[in-house]
Design a protein around this ligand. Sequence first.
Ligand code: GLU
Length: 354
Amino acid sequence: MHLFPLAAAGIASGAMAPRVRFAPSPTGSLHLGNALTAVANRRFADERGGTLLLRIDDTDAARNEDAGGILRDLQWLGVVWDEGPVRQSERADRHREAARAIGSEDAEGAVRHGRVTLLRPDGSPTYQLATAVDEVDFGITHVIRGADHRANTLIQSELIRALGAEPPEYIHHGLILGPDGRKLSKRHGASTLADLRDAGIPAEAVRRYLEELGLPRHDVHLDIARIRRLAIEAIESLGDEELAARVGVPASVVPVMRGARDLVEARRFAELVLAPPERNAVSSPETLERFRELVDGGLDAKSLVRELKAVGGDLKAVRVALTGETRGPELTAVIASLPRDELLRRVDAAASTL
Ligand code: GLU
């Protein structure tokens, strides 16, 4: 059995830089627990001058989806890999060769090593076999994965020894459970990276959260409140141009997005100023009239709001006139984001409904 040349060289020199792998199955968007595994592997490699291999575990043809979603999710999260992606399905010949070397065919035509199935009767390699062979061939020194794989470790170590190699070191981390302590799933509304992205959580916040978890020894409960706080911080630290680009709106509306707690809310705030409201009926003609005068007078947004407050103006009426909503971004920011003639148009439209 030949070792991957790099690993052989490493062993010979006695100073082996670690080689780790992240090995997701191609199942749509990355599950949050797998994202934790990916981040932990990247950090482990970075801290030790090691190498991260991305391997796609696609031995289960029936369940396979396109791996594209997983690659995009990793890129979104900012997890880069040094080698791969290697698809296990592309290495089936090598896996079959290894299976025949360490296993024997049973009555049904499957190839087994002891109780472990290596090849199904149709000749397709199993996850256990492919994984054992790939750890050896790619010189993997440390396998870092979720505690749900503990039972596989015994099986895979045994196969690796049968292949004539030393098993890597196995490190298992606790799983991310739902806030209710049950297996994290769709039911919890935030089980995949796609869920968090759709909820407007910036990638930086998700990455920070996963880095904070590190390599949990025990299972942890998903802390949505913590993720939301990190999202606010991440949005605060985005530059104006970057925030505008993320949300896909012109930089002129950045001020209204500044108080947003996530990127979905940021978009909603931006849209309030980008298009005039459909309905903005209000009932404070004096306030609107005063507002009109102040805008005509060329006052800046801050002074304008201060003036209205000083005369006991109905600020909510101004907000509704400008955005059609009773709540939303800071009124000063809304006023500052709209050109003078647009302010007047919206106020006049509201006044005409009186
Ligand atoms: N493909 C497996 C999964 O997605 C991981 C396999 C492994 O790390 O050995 O859960």
